[in-house]
Ligand binder design. Structure first.
Ligand SMILES: C[S@@+](CC[C@H](N)C(=O)[O-])C[C@H]1O[C@@H](n2cnc3c(N)ncnc32)[C@H](O)[C@@H]1O
Length: 187
């Protein structure tokens, strides 16, 4: 766990620095499809590791991060947890460009894709794991979409639960930050 965390934090920091120094001005020329429902606030590396290990991500998994920011969760899913593939979805094209470049620098662009789309409309039907760092109100809005996924699909959410709409089956606290987990039941 410590090795995965150190590896995840250091490589992402180096890759981000390299991408930001080389491509900032091009990314700034783009603007979002519409205003993001929440701003970009990155999940700390130790929480990324807790989300992916708590969701038991492994070689058979297809991971989606809804609102993917700089791509750290989707990239770590493939690079550090050996998921088969991962998709990050972000409404802000600057985040998507940045994430794609980081994935390229880290050598995982063949297994990680980033889509500039609204997470409420993207088809995530092949997911086996979904990760979230949004808001409780957005998680609740996503419940019908999430509950329609394949039975057994795991969901991990940083900071926010789904209120009384869907109780989590597990809750962790990692360096003071909450992580919640659900599994899609049989239909
Ligand atoms: C709190 S950040 C989380 C970033 C990343 N998942 C992480 O944990 O480090 C939320 C991200 O969601 C994106 N976002 C907000 N509303 C969205 C929407 N409707 N569709 C897709 N992305 C959205 C924002 O641009 C931002 O990058």
């Amino acid at each position: 766990m410590t090795r995965v965390l150190a590896c995840c934090a250091m490589t992402l920091a180096l890759a981000t620095a390299s991408v930001l120094s080389s491509s900032g001005s091009q990314a700034e020329a783009q603007s979002p499809l519409r205003s993001p429902d929440v701003p970009f606030i990155p999940t700390p590396p130790e929480v990324v590791v807790a989300m992916l290990s708590g969701a038991k991500v492994g070689p058979g998994d297809v991971v989606y991060d809804l609102g993917s920011g700089d791509g750290r969760i989707a990239i770590a899913a493939v690079r550090d947890f050996h998921a088969a593939r991962a998709t990050g979805i972000d409404i802000d094209p600057r985040r998507v460009s940045e994430a794609r470049e980081i994935a390229t620098v880290l050598g995982v662009a063949d297994k990680v894709r980033f889509l500039n789309q609204d997470l409420f409309t993207t088809d995530i039907g092949d997911a086996t794991v979904v990760t979230l760092y949004l808001l409780q109100s957005l998680n609740i809005k996503l419940v019908p979409k999430l509950r329609s996924l394949k039975p057994g699909t795991r969901i991990a959410s940083h900071s926010f639960d789904m209120g009384s709409v869907w109780a989590p089956e597990q809750k962790l606290i990692v360096n003071g930050q909450k992580v919640y987990f659900w599994t899609v039941p049989g239909h």
